[in-house]
Design a protein around this ligand. Structure first.
Ligand code: HEM
Length: 162
């Protein structure tokens, strides 16, 4: 996607652009805790959105786990929308803030809608936080699912590639 002029609305999200990799840990009251490896890629196409593609695998076996794809839609007033789809049958629409910091950027979004396919597990609410500090990206995820209130499910600490 290089060679394209960045749309000005994407400017606060520049610190996210590129590929990130690293380890993550997951937990939830209803399941066994687990470890995973994550690859996260952010790109742009000259339009007012930033595309995000994520894939994960189990740390030891390398077996693929969760994946997702979506778009950040920065609004130009310090807020952003995020639309996301997941092969587990879950679709999230979130809104929240983009905070530019000395070392990077912090994006904190909460769901305004979560839709689950008829056969998917029940998720009612989500929150996501992406914090870039230089070449480190920390991701945290909370969800209200399986009858539980909003509870932490994931944290990962990724390093910029290349
Ligand atoms: C890094 C991304 C993620 C990884 C590696 C991951 C991994 C896992 C694993 C290993 C389990 C337990 C076994 C299983 O049911 O497959 C699980 C359960 C679950 N995850 Fe995640 N997950 C991720 C992201 C998400 C997201 C974004 C959502 C919701 C939007 C989500 C919702 C759930 C639900 C609803 C369960 C079922 C809990 C239960 O059965 O009690 N996960 N996840």
């Amino acid at each position: 996607m290089s060679g394209l002029v960045l749309h000005p609305l994407n400017a606060p999200l520049i610190p996210l652009l590129g590929e990130w990799q690293g380890p993550g840990e997951g937990a939830y009251p209803t399941i066994e805790s687990f470890s995973y490896g994550e690859t996260l890629v952010f790109g742009h196409a000259g339009k007012p959105f930033v595309a995000m593609n994520q894939r994960t695998k189990e740390r030891k076996s390398g077996v693929p786990l969760h994946a997702e794809a979506g778009y950040f839609r920065p609004q130009g007033d310090g807020s952003t929308e995020l639309v996301l789809s997941q092969p587990s049958g879950i679709v999230e629409i979130l809104t929240g803030s983009i905070t530019e910091t000395e070392a990077g950027v912090e994006v904190d979004v909460s769901s305004v809608g979560v839709h689950t396919a008829p056969s998917a597990k029940l998720v009612r609410e989500t929150r996501r936080r992406y914090v870039v500090e230089g070449d480190t990206l920390t991701f945290d995820f909370w969800m209200a699912a399986m009858g539980e209130p909003l509870t932490h499910h994931l944290t990962s600490r990724l390093t910029r590639q290349g």
